[in-house]
Design a protein around this ligand. Sequence first.
Ligand SMILES: O=C1C[C@@](O)(C(=O)O)C[C@@H](O)[C@@H]1O
Length: 701
Amino acid sequence: MATPLLDDPPVPALKAQDPPQNGTAVPVSNVTPIPSTTVFPAPKETVTAVPVPSHSAAVTVLIVYGANQEHIVQLVAEVLGKPWTTETSLETLEGGDAVVGILERDLSRSLQTAKRKRSSLIVVNTYCVENGSAPDDTLTERCDYEFLYSRSPFLRRDLSRFLSLILGQTRPHDDLRTKTRTNFISTTFPDVHAALPNLDILSVGSDAVEIRVDLLVEPAVGPAAPVPSLKYVGQQLMLLRQHTELPIIFTVRCTRENGKFPMDDPALFYKYLRRAIQWGVEYIDVELWLPEEIRRQLAEKKGHSVILSAFHDFSGTWKWTSEEAQRIFTESAKYADIVKMIAMVHTIEENYELEYFRSTIKSRGPGPLLSAVNMGQMGQLSRALNTVFSPITHPLLPMIAAPGQLTAAEINEALHIMGQLPKRDLYAIGSFRSTPHSMFMEKCLNELGLPHHFSSIDRGPKGSVESVIMQPQFGGAYVNPPVASTTSYIPAVSDAARAIGLVDTIAMTSTPEPLAKSRFIGENAAWKGIRATLTREYVPSAYQNRAAIILAGSEADASAAIFALRSLNVGAIYTVGFKASGPLAAGLEPFTSIQSVKLVEQPFVIVSALPPEKSLLVQPLLRHYGANGRSSPPSTCGKVYLDLTSGPRKGDPLGVATGAGWTAYGFEDVTAWTTVETLRLLVGQNVPFDFVRMASGRPLF
Ligand SMILES: O=C1C[C@@](O)(C(=O)O)C[C@@H](O)[C@@H]1O
């Protein structure tokens, strides 16, 4: 980290009840200073680890902002659901679970005299890049993180994603590391603008997007610079992040490994990669040839970013069976969460050798994941067999990032031919024949090169679904409307589906028979769609201990929302229109009369799952609890309205909510997120939200 802003206070200014940092933050005194080495001119910094607060830790987020940019402090506070204030000096800084803004120039002045440091303080430099300028390097280096922004419709969403990551509240890698197969698309654009029109389709089948920083070409008036400036890279990254919800992999590839970054100055790599951590990038690619001091420092300061170590061998003489291969893995594993090893090969046998190498690494037991593929046409087999972060390309990219790269569809086709991905019959089971939604599903299967067959069937008379499920080719289904989780023909259900009481997806289990209790498991995708919608513009902890109101015609209509809200640790949940008795009923408080409305504190979130003909009943509540000022202190009234009513409705609850200052989301958003989850469950592939939303237009499907 940067020069410490403040030393530990002699008398803590934080509240006495502040919880410790859950063991994750490294106290400054525990960090060994990095010795200078002759190989690598160590970056001129005092070494401290980036504070890694736990989900619920009370942290003060210090927002450094530029002149006339105070609104960003308020926005951060809203997204975090915390109170905010501004200070003109660090000396007077009170601790506590709050957002504090400080003008850039006040901070600089204050730094000359400030002497204290708190580990529960996170310092975020914010900078509006609209006029093409860049933040002051020295200031950035003194902060823990930096948020670059422009006033676009994506600002709030981008901010929420950034804050969720740096505070460790969303950990995309936790999901991805357990997925059976993961891919990332290696974009090769000199300018991210060129990628934007096709980004949705480009990233179908990808779990992450790689930005090849070394391939970016900064527009230059004079002779082209050898590397794109940090200013340009920051703007490009911001642009990419605004246009994809997928995690980003930040790669600076050197000339020896098929990239463009010169290798004479390792400190330059450090500077870019360190900055990527400060920008809250999810994955950082750190090349193994870099001096150990650099790799170690990056690992120490990675915060919640994940480190992919990268090693490429282009010699054509690489041997996966050599001791060198084992040594490279061991060395890479020292500072990495994922070890990437890639070699140019000329024979098919070298793919078998790689598979053997993979098995030896697996047999070592716990350790970083291995992502290993061969380059060149002969190495393509290994690209299909690798399951961890396989680099993929797409016909719409200007060039492939490495020889022999395949598309997601080509990998799936290859797996199918090799018998690794048998054709399955997938179904939409419901009270309909063919819907635009199932046509969309078919389109996704095509785009992904999957061999499966998709059809829509009516739920029909009793017993008809069972007969479909029992067929040997049956490979999964989504069920709309959902069925009870106790349905006899679904012998195993997930914990979420059991608690919610409903199954909307029947997915194949990954455990092979006869070990698995059943070939299939009943899942609930809807609650994940609801949670993803709720956390798009607010970090998860913004919901913690806040009141919620749910309106619905029945408990079944409300249960996925209750489960999603509970996963966000909301406080009291008040119910209107139904009485709950299922597994989620405990702690729900029914609204019985108009008196209840008076008693309830300001709710942070209202969800309506009312039937269409009753949909307007939520409007008086939306008006009553409408935003009464978004300023702070003392109030932190960011409020979310989620409308789960589908079909032709009475009134305009979304319009009323927006007019009354709520952040409002409709059924279409939730359905799109739910579709993303359904596809993950059914075919194990990622189809990004933006693609689903784009393909569906409005109304959805
Ligand atoms: O490391 C890798 C893998 C890669 O080199 C490949 O072989 O596909 C492509 C690069 O963009 C990426 O950073």
